[in-house]
Design a protein. Structure first.
Lengths: 189, 76
């Protein structure tokens, strides 16, 4: 069960109508290392992981949906009043002819989202290592989107999202430390 | 010993036949979570207000990334 707060986790301000940026951002919406994949991955892994890290997966998985909502807001704002000429100039006309201005879960190349982007191996260490890798990949994706963007206000929100990837990675690494249970012991092999 | 940094550099091979002007330095991110291990107690915190903007309560994890057109890019 979830409780919804009707506000964004961090403000999303967009300086100008720039559909090309939306094309890049959709990578974080329906891409392999995007927020949807992250949320579904963590919330699904919760059932087959030791009790003491279930809460962490719930918290982070939930936050990923808050990030998804921020990305959706960015894409919507960047495209909602774009003219057909702007849509064509941005190279998103193939999205437009299928979806109009509606958002859809694809990556930046238009490939639709698939569950094979995520895994649930059932092995706690394997799953948490995948989660750490996913956070680092999402962090890198934010870097490359920031590199492509000239919208300073949008970059401010993207910087916040990248920072959260860093913190999530840290918490998953700590979860591994908790599960391997040798944290405070003297190691003799 | 060098000071801790969250950016590292490598220098890719430059061929005399490279078609584009070579980029001689490649920088990559190495934020604090790669080094810290289980978070120690009593680390420095931002104020609650600052933390909401920074995206983290803990100063050690704060690692902003700036685009090509932004102030701050030169320092990273």
């Amino acid at each position: 069960m979830w409780i919804y707060e009707k506000k964004l986790q961090y403000p999303v301000k967009v300086t100008e109508c720039n559909p090309r940026l939306a094309k890049y951002l959709i990578e974080q919406y329906g891409g392999a290392d995007g927020e949807l994949a992250a949320a579904l991955r963590y919330l699904n892994q919760r059932y087959t992981i030791p009790d003491k890290v279930i809460g962490l997966l719930t918290d982070i998985g939930t936050e990923e949906f808050a990030h998804l909502e921020m990305i959706a807001t960015m894409i919507y704002k960047l495209t909602k009043d774009a003219t057909p000429e702007q849509i064509k100039a941005a190279g998103i006309e193939d999205h437009y002819v299928n979806h109009d201005n509606a958002l859809f879960y694809t990556n930046a190349s238009g490939v639709p989202f698939t569950a094979s982007y995520i895994q649930a191996k059932g092995d706690p260490i394997a799953d948490l290592y995948e989660d750490i890798a996913a956070e680092e990949k999402a962090r890198a994706t934010y870097q490359w989107i920031i590199d492509m963007s000239d919208d300073v206000q949008l970059n401010d929100s993207l910087r916040f999202l990248r920072e959260r990837e860093i913190v999530h990675s840290q918490r998953f690494r700590e979860a591994v430390d908790m599960l391997i249970e040798e944290r405070d012991r003297k190691k003799i092999f | 010993m060098k000071d801790f940094t969250t950016r590292k550099v490598y220098y890719p091979y430059v061929s005399p036949f490279d078609p584009c002007p070579p980029i001689t330095e490649k920088v990559y991110s190495t934020p604090a979570q790669l080094y810290l291990g289980f978070q120690p107690e009593n680390l420095q915190q931002f104020t609650p207000q600052e933390a909401l903007y920074a995206g983290t309560l803990w100063k050690v994890f704060y690692d902003p990334y700036y685009g090509w057109y932004e102030k701050g890019r030169e320092d990273q």
